[in-house]
Each structure stands twice: as structure tokens, then as C-alpha cells.
Design a protein around this ligand. Structure first.
Ligand code: FAD
Length: 221
């Protein structure tokens, strides 16, 4: 990885990747390995959704609550009694946060120096496309090809009355510093189900509301 402003590229790249999440990194590394000069332009925490607020933190909490649940579930066998409960939710969260930060470093930050022909540019404001390149923070780079890997963001659905209640999305739910007594999950898709089950196993009374039926995981083609 080179410093973007003193690299001798004159702000010219074969490929500019907008978005420094898993898709952006994967595209940039593949292009760099094929010999391209690449700029990754990232706004927000490096690594994007998966490592920071998606796959990694959700699976860390899910596995911890699965372990707690297995103990309690052992009671269905005659003569077996295992006591397990969540008695320190902040400690559960701290362990999850340490995993996130370790993996963010290992899979993203520490990886960049291995690629001489990738420049990582962290922007204060979201980058935007301009004629022939990408602009950010008052300057621009030129690139022959631009890959947009800006991911997605959550939105609050237009449910009458929703503006009068406190809502969480998956990111803020994963960051709760104390467990609520109860929770309504709106949406029976993958994330609604896995987070609903995780909180239920942690002792929260969870109700999942969905329009039709719980979404089945689509088998790999
Ligand atoms: C709770 C949860 C659990 C999940 N679990 C799984 C799982 O178990 N398995 C799985 O496969 N997937 C899972 N996913 C989905 C997975 O995390 C995403 O599909 C994946 O992270 C998307 O990667 P991406 O690189 O496309 O986008 P992102 O990781 O979102 O990266 C996009 C990046 O672009 C940045 N950006 C946006 N606009 C601009 C701009 N204008 N300029 C510069 N940068 C910009 C964003 O800030 C972000 O950093 C989960 C998601 C969530 C929320």
C-alpha cells in the first residue's frame, strides 16, 4: 500500500473501487493481483458491514447464546440438569467487540501493506462520481474503470405509528449494552430470525412478526 498523494501515479489509476467493505476489498485485491493500479476509496469504518456490524458480531453473539441455550436444553434428558444463563451481558458484548476489532485488523487493515499497487484512501464524506473518476474531500482521482461497492443501509419501514416508538436496527440491536425484557422483531428474514433467536436464547421475550412465513434459507445453486 502506498500513500495515495505521493505515489507517482498523479492520481491516475486503472481501477477505483468506491467502498471499503468485503466486496470492495475483494475486487481491489483481485485487480491488484492481476497487475492493476488500484485505489480503494472508503467512507466509514474500514471493512464495512460484515466484519463491523454484520456477519462477525452477529455470529459471535449467536454462538455464545447457542452455548448458553444448549446447557438449558439439556434438561429435556431425564436425569440431566445443567444450569446456564447469561449473567454478564456487557462481558458478552466486550468479547464480541474484541473479536470484531481483531478480525478488522487481520482481514483489512493489516492486509493493505501487502499490496504495493493498492492505495487506500479514507474519506471524510462519501465519495461521488465525476467525469473520468471519483471525487472526495475536495479532490479527485482519475480511473479507467470504477467499481461501486457501497453496500446497503438500513431504513425504517413506513409503518403507521413507528415514529412514536423507539426502534432498533440490526446494528444498534447488536450493540445493546443491556438486555431488554421483551422485543418485537419486524420481519422474518434471515437477520430477523437469527437475531430474534439469539435474543430469545439470552432470555429476552421475543415476538417475530412477518407478513407471510419465515423465510427459508435458499439452497446454494
Ligand atoms: C446483522 C447482519 C448479519 C449478516 N450475516 C451475514 C452472514 O452470516 N453471512 C453473509 O454472507 N452475509 C451476512 N450479512 C450480509 C453481509 O454483511 C453483507 O452482504 C456484506 O457485508 C456486504 O458487503 P459490501 O462490501 O457489499 O458492503 P459493505 O460491507 O456495506 O461496504 C460498503 C462500504 O462502502 C461505504 N460507502 C458507502 N457509500 C460510500 C461512498 N459514497 N464513498 C465511499 N464509501 C462509501 C460504506 O460506508 C461501507 O463501508 C449480514 C449482514 C448483517 C447486517
Amino acid at each position: 500500500m502506498k500513500d495515495c498523494c505521493s505515489d507517482g501515479n498523479n492520481g491516475e489509476y486503472d481501477i477505483a473501487v468506491v467502498g471499503a467493505g468485503s466486496a470492495g476489498f475483494s475486487a481491489a485485491i483481485t485487480a491488484a493481483e492481476a497487475g492493476a493500479r488500484v485505489a480503494i476509496i472508503g467512507h466509514g469504518t474500514i471493512g464495512g458491514t460484515c466484519v463491523n456490524v454484520g456477519c462477525v458480531p452477529s455470529k459471535a453473539l449467536i454462538r455464545a447464546m447457542e452455548a448458553a441455550h444448549s446447557g438449558a436444553a439439556a434438561r429435556r434428558f431425564a436425569g440431566v440438569s445443567v444450569a446456564s444463563r447469561v449473567d454478564d451481558w456487557p462481558a458478552v458484548q466486550a468479547q464480541k467487540d474484541a473479536l470484531v476489532s481483531g478480525l478488522r485488523d487481520k482481514k483489512y487493515e493489516a492486509l493493505l501493506p501487502e499490496y504495493e499497487n493498492i492505495d487506500y484512501i479514507e474519506t471524510k464524506a462519501p465519495a461521488r462520481l465525476v467525469e473520468g473518476g471519483v471525487a472526495f474531500d475536495g479532490r479527485a482521482i482519475r480511473a479507467a474503470k470504477i467499481i461501486i461497492a457501497t453496500g446497503s443501509s438500513s431504513s425504517i419501514p413506513p409503518i403507521p405509528g413507528i415514529e412514536n416508538v423507539q426502534t432498533l436496527d440490526s446494528t444498534s440491536a447488536l450493540e445493546l449494552d443491556r438486555l431488554p425484557e421483551s422485543m418485537v422483531v419486524i420481519g422474518g428474514g434471515v437477520i430477523g430470525c437469527e437475531l430474534g433467536q439469539m435474543f430469545a436464547r439470552a432470555g429476552v421475550h421475543v415476538t417475530i412478526c412477518c407478513r407471510t412465513r419465515l423465510k427459508e434459507h435458499a439452497p446454494a445453486q
